[in-house]
Design a protein around this ligand. Sequence first.
Ligand SMILES: *Cc1c(COP(=O)(O)O)cnc(C)c1O
Length: 825
Amino acid sequence: MDARYNPRSLEHRGLDTEAFKRSFLEGLVYTVGKDTRAATRRDWFTTSAFGVRDRLVDRWMETTRNYYKADAKRVYYLSLEFLIGRLMTNSLANLGVMQAVGDALDGLGLRLGDIVDMEPDAALGNGGLGRLAACFLDSMATLGLPGYGYGIRYEFGLFEQRFEHGWQVEHPEHWLQFGNPWEFPRPEILYPVQFYGRVEETRDSMGERAYKWIDTERVLAMAFDTPVVGYGGKTINTLRLWSARATSDFHFGHFNDGDYMKAVEQKILSENLSRVLYPNDATDAGRELRFKQEYFFTSASLQDILRRYSQHHSGFDLLPEKAAIQLNDTHPAIGIAELMRLLVDKHALQWEHAWDITQRTFSYTNHTLLPEALEAWPVRLVERVLPRHMQIIYEINGRFLQKVQARKSDAATLSKVSLIDENGDRRVRMGNLAFIGSHKVNGVSGLHTELMKQTVFADLHTEFPERINNKTNGITPRRWLHQSNKPLSDLITSRIGSGWIRNLEELEALKPRAEDEVFREEFRRAKRQNKKRLAALIGRELNVEVSVDSMFDVQVKRIHEYKRQLLNVLQTIALYNDMRDSQTVNWVPVTKIFAGKAAPSYHMAKLTLKLINDVAKVVNQDPSVRGLLKIALLPNYNVTLAEIIMPAADLSEQISTAGMEASGTGNMKLALNGALTIGTLDGANVEIRDAVGPENIFIFGLTAEEAGALRHGNAYNPRDVIAANPPLKRALDMIASGVFSPDDPHRYRPLIQALTDGGDSFLVTADFQAYREAHEAVADLYRNPDQWTRKAVINTASMGWFSSDRTIAEYASEIWNVEPVLPEE
Ligand SMILES: *Cc1c(COP(=O)(O)O)cnc(C)c1O
């Protein structure tokens, strides 16, 4: 008899409507502990999620067994952020049981949509970087790659954003409050992580130096596993998130003194490590707790990786053939020093040997060139929190600089490639550590990778010309089209079949349909349906009435000066003035839709949000614009909201200062859903233009090269630019004189000053005219629905290459050297 046979589990595994209904009812009673009379919607969500989860477990364990059997090389994706969103629809769609579960709930007098809405949005990330990690998990599972995600199980995800009197107010996001039915706690998978203490140098029996890290404070990392269902449900991978637990011996000293309460306080403090996600985007917090979080999850993950490897291998020579560790930005870069510590101090490998293994195991993805966002931890902090790692970093650096020096002795190069920044207070350059400790370093779009070679890593690139490579980001078509845009998804499938869900390049077959009048009509109808849903949401949330006939002009992303929401606001005000001035022009009605969070300490970004709300208040109720212009700033942008906005967009705003957006992925989601892009030649916009063709996208403004020259030269005077552009001057004067803030006329002085005295670092004024003209071209096209829809269809049909399946396939063959392990049929 099969040792795994369990008659009870069988009735939990049927995939038909009746089987789901039975298990939901049973789960309600025996897992949730309610009867049908007392059950709330949340209870029904919980029981449904458990019912669906039951269907995953067998194939999940089978996937793991297959990996062991094949002794497969695994990919470990280390990321401080996973911006996952909800999992119910994702699990149902990837398992192919959406209909059965919908019908089962229907039979119980419930609606799937209502149940899905009870799920909290798992926001364990800030923005693009975290969402990329989530898309990659989906793609690895769909491609059958043995991929594990490793991160932190934050008790509080990214804050919940509300607007009070137009200002952003942050509220804690307690997403675990009602439990998380998708996760499996693993109290037995527990690793100690050490901090502080000191290093003792000793001699081993052979007289060699050895180092002991002693008198440390210890915290335990406990695993929580979430199954990651690939499309089709064949491969189910694991996302393992670590939660901090106090060690049982933690308070021993205090107990001896009889100070019980103090012991408990210490326990609570040590568990703060996994309490909250740092709400920064692109800028660094520079806080000790953050540094400790980075080491906490990296150390636990490495211990777990070595444990898994060592179950079936002795020694560590094969580690690079059995494990590929990808560093998602520098947040886990301390892992390079940690693996060296484990190999040298714990397992007594020779330094050179350990270094060779380390370099061949790690690879690193760079996500930003913004200097303020490059992690550099003060040496004094690293020394205090991780004294042994600091020594190891010095040793890595010493050996590395010696090699560089052997080739050239130029001191300027040495100081630039060094792991230590000696300017001011000494800091450890985590980017350089990640670079030197990896065999591959990648950027996330063609332009970004080229700029990496020319700027941050110019000297390291000269030292290692083969190391930098490009992996343009992608998005999963499962979540970002198949699940979130049913009208368009069904339309596409009706014409070309459903192969595109796995192989997005099949969308190419839609291109001829751009000339098919019936198809265009149906394409418009799908868009209209999605716009209705968003319009209803805007009505509910903001009490603003918007017309589905207006052009939905969408800018949704984190609020940041380089993303230039301010440029959009200025164009909006100029359009507002035009519409009031010229009552006889046949204006295209426009709804400007914004959403995005500002880091709580980022004052300019928060002021920008307030400005959008202030302008909206004036514009939305001004009878002289005759309803032609509406502005909606939706609160609390997250994955769930994005899934409603993306399908409803006509126009996608991707207007960052050229050279500053590493890739962007919002640009891809919107174009895939048939929005036309208005954008600068930045990040992946460049590749989107190449894919859809320059005639199907609105590119404007300075190039990265021109922007760089302007920013670094001294010929640029924003005041002259403003003076020469009356609509721009008028818009700025209105803001500066309090037209939108009569209660506080000087409220926006910092924004105005940044554009004038401040030198306009993000070139808002420099790009304003080109942006305005691009918007005029957009409006002209929108007046012709047939021409517009042709281009929209071509956009959707051309986005196949931007599937994260393509990105992951490139990582797999060019960086990781891993192959799929497909289940036996
Ligand atoms: C895709 C996504 C992002 C990234 O958007 P960009 O426009 O690429 O900056 C950020 N947040 C959420 C919730 C997303 O879904």
